[in-house]
Design a protein around this ligand. Sequence first.
Ligand code: SF4
Length: 339
Amino acid sequence: MGKLLEIDRLQIAFRTDQGDIISVDEASFDLASGETVAIVGESGCGKSVTSLSIIGLLGKSGYVRQGEIRFKGCALTKASSAELRRLRGNEISMIFQDSMTSLNPVIPIGEQIEEPIRLHLDLSRQQARAVAVDMLRKVGIARPEAISKQYPHALSGGMRQRVMIAIALVCKPKLLIADEPTTALDVTIQAQILQLMKQLQTNNGTSILLVTHDLGVVAEMADKVVVMYAGQVVETADVFTLFRAPKHPYTQGLMRSIPHLNRDSSKRMHAIPGTVPSLQHMPTGCRYHPRCSYAVGRCRQEQPTVQSVGGEHLVRCWLPSETENTWVPLAGHLSGGTL
Ligand code: SF4
């Protein structure tokens, strides 16, 4: 599979009155055509900021300070606003978590789906309307003709999320960025939406960059997983390797925190000790060292480099061989959980 998206040593900063704050540092990973890559990590780890930077939506204060984002080999970091506008909604689309605030409350659903069609495809108003209604049908909305005339407030959360998917996929993008697409939904609707995304991905050959804190969604959807901690990518692997043999102590901690039905209920659930460091006060050396039970002197002084522990399994840790025998995967670990 060819590389569709390459994130290369990306550093993202935000300007504040107290100076620049580095939100994402030295992040690298890639995504092949037709592949689903999940970025996981706790709130504030930089996963959403990384995804927003791809379509140039960092706001007024955010900017790419170093590194590169390449889409089909072209540097998006050097693209003009007009070029980014041409890509957004056409070749690259995004689904946000909160459909209520992402949809325009005063424009009927159908017109909101027609907008990217009219912007990017050479179709008449009538043809665009027909495509929009057909797209509503494809995302599983009954009575699409009637629903296309409704306003967002008249729809349930699950239906609004389907509408968001319809808007995102109507121009058959090469890349869909989905930022916590099912977090606001109940479990049964969540399963339907994930199924729908998979089905549309298969039909259109779309690649998906999935941003989530839900390891269950990762297990369900992802081919490859990128784990972020405190603004850095700490581990990258295919989904089976990551769940069965995580090497970074942080990833191992996440896996141990997943609740299991066959867990001994008399024992306390595992929690990673300590808290995530603030962006203004990053620890020296390895950013995870204050919480890591393996930390040695070097971890406190030198930032670990990324190293391969086998093929494309990459870990940012000085001691991956020390940690490798301590993780015992439990039956059903691919069923996931939430961070
Ligand atoms: Fe732990 Fe050291 Fe590895 Fe950081 S580099 S994760 S502190 S062992």
